[in-house]
Design a protein around this ligand. Structure first.
Ligand SMILES: C[S@@+](CC[C@H](N)C(=O)[O-])C[C@H]1O[C@@H](n2cnc3c(N)ncnc32)[C@H](O)[C@@H]1O
Length: 222
């Protein structure tokens, strides 16, 4: 059962009663998504891979907030993007609507997202001129693909609430989907995560965290 709640920057999130955690930072869902995933992730990936359509993988698609902001960026900057979400427990369309995230993107992006979300769980959809979306309705543990990605958003519930998502084995599994030079971003940073990423051949960068958090992590596959 998920309950809608407001975070410190006025944007909404969902509280997952089973896991006992919010889908986003309670210090600000919108701020965190922009800081960690759009600014440290997508903008940076665009600088590193300026001339290529971007292939992006998100672990934990959830409400689609990261997706919506990424789509707005892609449309504003004319960046072709194929976005794959992995989601074990997809939300219903009514739950997506209850977030009110339409206020952070154009009406066109929001309406197309709401209209085509259910289809994107089954087939890839061309959601906007620049952006294709497909959501793999599966766990990260069983997700597999022949494809590799320029950028991975790792947005799992925290290690305190879902430690199995942060095991060395799972981190190795997700990193195997990165292209050489590909970028991994997440809101959290721990010694164990850094050691695991290094052991899989990634170079770690510590960056200032979103409001309310000291640091975040970005890593690059060498
Ligand atoms: C922190 S929330 C993600 C927030 C999301 N990025 C958003 O913007 O709303 C974590 C997500 O991971 C999903 N999840 C939990 N266990 C999973 C698993 N084993 N594999 C894939 N997704 C999982 C949850 O259902 C939830 O949607």
């Amino acid at each position: 059962m998920n309950v809608i709640t407001q975070t410190a920057d006025g944007s909404n999130t969902l509280y997952n009663e089973t896991i006992g955690e919010h889908y986003h930072s309670k210090h600000g869902a919108l701020q965190e998504s922009k800081h960690v995933f759009i600014n440290a992730g997508l903008r940076h990936a665009r600088e590193v891979f300026p001339d290529q359509p971007l292939q992006l993988l998100e672990v934990g698609f959830g409400t689609g907030l990261n997706f919506l902001l990424s789509t707005a960026y892609a449309e504003e900057n004319s960046v072709p993007m194929a976005y794959t979400g992995i989601e074990a427990y997809p939300l219903g369309t009514e739950e997506l609507k209850s977030t009110n995230y339409g206020q952070y993107v154009s009406a066109d992006i929001w309406n197309k997202f709401i209209e085509q979300y259910a289809e994107s769980l089954v087939n890839e959809v061309q959601l906007t001129p620049q952006v294709k979306l497909d959501i793999a309705h599966t766990t990260l543990e069983t997700f597999n693909t022949g494809q590799t990605y320029h950028l991975i958003y790792f947005d799992a519930f925290s290690v305190q609430h879902q430690p199995e998502m942060w095991s060395d084995e799972i981190i190795g599994h997700v990193c195997s989907f990165l292209k050489p030079g590909g970028i991994f971003v997440t809101y959290a940073i721990t010694g164990k995560l850094k050691r695991a990423l290094k052991s899989f051949g990634l170079k770690i960068e510590k960056l200032p965290g979103a409001p309310g958090k000291r640091e975040m992590l970005r890593a690059v596959r060498l």
